[in-house]
Design a protein around this ligand. Structure first.
Ligand code: PEP
Length: 248
């Protein structure tokens, strides 16, 4: 089984209805290739986008979810809520959630279960800090995060794994192709060892991906796409990344 090529955009806490034309531009690019294009806008925009780009090749995703389906959790959003708004993907374990909200590997594993129970695909994120990289701990840290954050019933159909070095997110400092290759090859081996269809799990790189550095990353054997933050906010920045993935 070949991994699906996936270009995913994460708008983070950015975007109001005034930004919807950008999503239309991204939806046009999504229709022009055979891979998967996902946009994760703020939850407030999902249903409006689902209504405006119905049946489009552009898939919509949530950025996080509470592990419970409903209840007294002020300010949180649940996986069934995101799915009912039109999301078919949801990010789990983004480093900004881990840092800002103290989400642990165990929390992320529960979120994956909730995402699957709602019929969505989890985009599960892991990544080392700069201190961990400089201490030579990268592969051990990532192996522990993968094992702790990904429940046993993960499959290539319900899960995408995103490697996002914390030091590369929003910093303009992209990991080198050699660094990405080392990590993605190790993650592929670990996924193959623990899952029957581990060879088919899409492995995305995230961290300051731009049009200028996308092609060299997508040329790597185990880089099946990207999770893109800042450069997904404007169609003019994101569409060339989608095209670079389509051409890879
Ligand atoms: C992200 O938020 O997942 C991300 C990779 O951000 P950026 O592309 O801005 O570094």
């Amino acid at each position: 089984m070949q991994p699906r090529k996936i270009a995913a955009g994460n708008w983070k806490m950015n975007g109001t209805p005034a930004d919807i034309p950008e999503a239309h531009g991204i939806a046009e690019a999504a229709a022009a290739w055979a891979g998967v294009t996902v946009l994760c806008p703020p939850a407030t925009l999902i249903s409006q986008l689902a209504a405006e780009v119905p049946g489009s090749a552009l898939k919509l995703g949530g950025q996080c979810c509470h592990p419970a389906a409903k209840g007294a959790h002020t300010g949180d959003v649940s996986a069934p809520m995101l799915a009912s708004a039109g999301a078919t993907f949801c990010i789990a374990g983004h480093s900004e959630r881990r840092a800002d909200h103290g989400e642990t590997d165990a929390d992320v594993a529960r979120q994956c279960e909730a995402i699957w129970a709602a019929g969505m695909t989890a985009i599960m994120c892991i990544g080392e800090t700069l201190a961990q990289r400089e201490a030579g701990e990268t592969l051990d840290v990532l192996a522990a995060q993968l094992d702790g954050s990904l429940p046993a019933r993960a499959t290539a159909a319900n899960t995408v794994v995103a490697y996002e070095p914390v030091w590369a997110i929003g910093t303009g400092r992209v990991a080198s192709p050699e660094q990405v290759a080392e990590v993605h090859d190790a993650l592929r081996a670990r996924l193959r060892a623990r899952m029957k269809d581990g060879a088919g799990v899409s492995l995305l790189y995230g961290g300051s991906v731009k049009a200028a550095n996308a092609a060299e990353l997508f040329a790597l054997e185990n880089a099946d796409g990207a999770l893109v933050g800042g450069a997904s906010l404007k169609a003019d920045d994101f569409v060339p990344i989608v095209k670079a993935l389509a051409a890879s």
